[in-house]
Design a protein around this ligand. Structure first.
Ligand SMILES: [Zn+2]
Length: 116
């Protein structure tokens, strides 16, 4: 299997989020919540987030993010690809062979080619 790039990993996490497992979803939600809370610094809100499960204090979940969000995305995308090789469609431009923005895009964001 070819090495996954951060570009492909972002594409998988963005468009194949339904293939994430429960732990990966929790880790992603935790990461997003952390970003939101960083903006507000609201202690009460932090407690609410922990209570509702938007933040996790589960070491297993936190371990997913221990090497940072980019590495989490790469690991997650690699796992999704390994477990669902037939479900992930890399929408490559027929001309420049680069990855389109979405699986359904019909125009290349790199070279502008249109395959409608
Ligand atoms: Zn192209």
């Amino acid at each position: 299997m070819e090495d996954i790039t951060i570009e492909k990993a972002d594409y998988i996490v963005a468009h194949y989020a339904h293939l994430m497992n429960l732990e990966e979803r929790k880790a992603l939600r935790h990461h997003i919540s952390t970003l939101k809370l960083d903006e507000t610094k609201d202690v009460r809100l932090t407690r609410v987030y922990l209570k509702t499960g938007w933040l996790s204090d589960d070491p297993l979940i936190l371990n997913y993010l221990s090497e940072g969000y980019i590495q989490f995305t790469l690991n997650c995308a690699e796992r999704i690809l390994k477990d669902n090789p037939d479900e992930v469609f890399f929408n490559l431009c027929p001309v420049c062979k680069k990855l389109a923005r979405t699986p359904f895009a019909k125009q290349c964001r790199w070279c502008g080619h249109d395959w409608h």
